[in-house]
Design a protein around this ligand. Sequence first.
Ligand code: CMC
Length: 427
Amino acid sequence: MPTDTLTVTDNRTGKTYEIKISDGTISATDLRQIRSSPEDFGLMSYDPAFLNTASCRSAITFIDGDKGILRYRGFPIEELAEHSSFLEIAYLLCEGELPTRSQLEVWERDISGHTYVHTSISKFLDGFRYNAHPMGMLLGAVSALSTFYPDAAHVLDRKQRYVQRIRLLAKMPTIAAFAFRHSRGLPYEYPRNDLGYVANFANMTFNIGGRFEPNRVLIRALEVLLILHADHEQNCSTAAMRAVGSSQVDPFSAISAAIAALYGPLHGGANEAVLHMLEEIGDIKNVPSFVEKLKKGHGKLMGFGHRVYKSYDPRARLIKRVADEVFEQTGLNPKLDIALELERIALQDEYFISRKLYPNVDFYTGLIYQAMGYPTEFFTVLFALGRTPGWLAQWEEMLLDPETKISRPRQVYIGHPTRPFVPIHRR
Ligand code: CMC
């Protein structure tokens, strides 16, 4: 008998089935042959939220949640964060290999050639209220881009995919910075392609009257944060990107679905929620009572816990180092003490230990972004900037995968059986 199979006995019929195991998985469609009667549709697997279901094969990002390992295309995140630029990482994720010097030059030149947005996009942003959430603005403006580039609909054309990737990587910082300026009532600052990718973004965000001088330490710190956010395999927003992209819609529309998913407080919105939580706690002396409240089921410790990481989030460890470098430049964030005390108490509390809850990527990023001068509601936009290459790489991998079909989960129907219509006067 082959050993890489699973033998299943259906006790309803007494029949036994051999199901193939490959890469540690069984195919859910192989369960269909298991029927209780000839009319039976066949057995399905039930897995809300995909807790134990692989939805694709991917060669992009590897995570070992128990060991706290994260690698992009095989390279440890610690080494990439130490040595690479964000655009190098974007190339690695999208093209599969680290670029040579000349490949990187072409990639950077292509991206810097597309940083401007059509003036109608600026006017579109003008239409938002002064207090519009920048994630809502980003989401709206990125989806509007699809109407400017009808050629983006040709998703099966390799050249078109390359151009749209470049456009998205190039225009995302411009739109993000314009959203920031809009909320401040400041005129838009146009891209300066003589600056690097991150310095240009900082300049478009903060420059007033040519007086902005990028601080090298802060620019590199932001670049490292973008690298740490660049991909994270099949998380909620990436799953949205793949699912929506599987309909073969253009990438601007698909990526706006990913941005929408990221906006939520359980995903990318957690960095913003952490800051609100720290504000609510207010003082270090309130930390113990706050933790007790959480343990009684009143809310969650935002920035803690992860679906995949059950020992520690390697990004959180690297981010703590970035925090030290940033605070050396900007002075300590007064909320840092509250965060450190929360972490200290939570890490020795049985409630958090038994549930394997550790600080995740979002626990300290908000404090860093705040120290850099970004308002709380802008934090998730920075996450979106970082995640853009990951979304694009996963989208293209999905399109090129011969196993891809339009994403269409099954359901277990639990509603009424058929019943006759009741006219309105008799209800
Ligand atoms: N604070 C308090 N209790 C928690 C927390 C938390 N942050 N996270 C999970 N738990 C508890 C949860 O109540 C449950 O307890 P019980 O077994 O008694 O019912 C147990 O731990 C298991 O939690 P779960 O909800 O089954 O875990 P999940 O894998 O479905 O959720 C999570 C993962 C990240 C959504 C969740 O931990 C959470 O909501 N964390 C806070 C929000 C956050 O920081 N999100 C950012 C995630 S990392 C970046 C990103 O993905 O964007």
